[in-house]
Design a protein around this ligand. Structure first.
Ligand code: AMP
Length: 176
């Protein structure tokens, strides 16, 4: 079975979480299947094979599940992008709109070296607001976003279209 089908078989729809009207894609069942986790890391790596990647930046919190493993596979550093107030050192901040609310993300001011090519990873692409905010953080530090990597894309929310202004290299393992 291909990895997209395996993912779709285990991902759980949670209705009205965290707000009425949202169908939340719960990826935690994936984590119970170590063979599927291994397949996912390999497939994420294959999808970005043609890209120049110096750093993988992952977004809190579900971007921390596979982002560091993808970085290890690509033999590049991993940079955490976190919700406001979590990172201990000096940070830069960016606010953004979510499918279900608004938030602020930040990264350390020395997270990216000027000119580095950065692959942004998160578990799921919805409207694209989160990764656009992450892109702005990276650009502020002089990084160039070379692409976006997700486990899941909710294609009907047109996030990919929104990301086209930054990169057309948008990859997901399972599309809805
Ligand atoms: P967006 O900024 O709209 O692309 O939202 C993406 C971020 O919000 C990711 O970090 C996701 O984990 C989370 N998210 C948004 N919508 C959903 C959803 N329907 N199911 C699971 N996670 C979601």
């Amino acid at each position: 079975m291909i990895v997209a089908s395996k993912i779709k078989n285990v991902v759980r729809d949670v209705i009205d979480f965290p707000k009425p009207g949202i169908v939340f894609k719960d990826i935690t069942p994936i984590l119970k299947d170590p063979l599927l986790c291994a397949d996912i890391v390999i497939e994420l790596g294959l999808q970005v094979k043609g890209l120049k990647v110096d750093v993988v930046a992952g977004i809190e919190s579900r971007g921390f599940l596979f982002g560091p493993q993808l970085a290890q596979l690509l033999k590049v550093p991993f940079v955490p992008i976190r919700k406001e107030g979590k990172l201990p050192y000096k940070t830069i901040k960016q606010s953004y709109e979510l499918e279900y609310g608004s938030a602020v993300i930040e990264c350390h001011e020395d997270a990216i070296i000027n000119g580095q090519h950065v692959l942004i990873h998160d578990d799921l692409l919805a409207t694209g607001g989160t990764v656009v905010a992450a892109t702005k953080l990276i650009q502020q530090l002089g990084g160039a976003v070379t692409g976006y990597s997700f486990i899941i894309s909710l294609d009907f929310l047109n996030g990919k279209k929104r990301l086209a202004a930054y990169s057309d290299q948008v990859f997901a393992l399972a599309n809805y």
